[in-house]
Design a protein. Sequence first.
Length: 219
Amino acid sequence: MQELWNAVDDYFNAHFLSPDPILDHILTFSDESGLPQINVSPAQGKMLYLLAQLTNAKNILEIGTLGGYSTVWLARALPKGGKVVTLEADPHHVDVARKNIAHAGFADVVDVHLGYASDILPTLTNQAPFDFIFVDADKVNSALYLDWATKLGRVGATIILDNAPRKGAIIQADSTDENVIGMRRAVEFIGNHPRLSATVVQTVGSKGLDGFVLIRLTE
C-alpha cells in the first residue's frame, strides 16, 4: 500500500506543486545536516500554506521547528507585515532552521526561539494573540501545548495538531508508547474543552497513515 500511496502523492504533487529549488534546498540541507526526516510532506506543507491563507492569518505560532520546512511554507502564506514565531528545543535544529529560513528570504519575518516550548510559551503573551497555531513538536506534551494555544490564540483562531492518528495506534487504550499516550491525552483535552471545536482529517501518502486534528478556538 505504501508504494501506491507514494504514487498517488506523486501524481497530485506533479499537478499542484511547481518545482521549488528553495524548498528542495531546505530538505536537502536538513538531511545533510543529520536532521530526522520527519518534516511535513510537500502536500502537507501546501495544505498549511492554504489553510493559513484561507484564515487570513497574520500572526502565526509554530511549536516544533525542526529544519524550518513547514516554517517557510507558513511564512509564504503571510500578508505584508505578518510574522511567524516558531519554537524548537534542539540547538542543532535551530541552527539549521535559521540558515534555511534565511536562505528562503524570511529571516526578518520568522522569529526562531531556542528552548523548551513549555518554558517559552508563557513568555509569548506580549506577542499574542495568534491567528494560526501549528502544533508539531513532541507528542508527549501535546495537551500542554494545546492548553497554551487556548490562552495565546485569538477568538476564531485555527489550531492544527499534527500526526494525531499515530499510524492507527491512537485507538490502543492500553498502549505503552509515550507518544500514543500523549496524543490520546491531547484528544481527550480537545474533546472536553468548551472552547475547542474539532475534527480529525486522516491522510495516506508519502508519510503512510497520518493525519491531523483541525481545531477552531471559539468564544
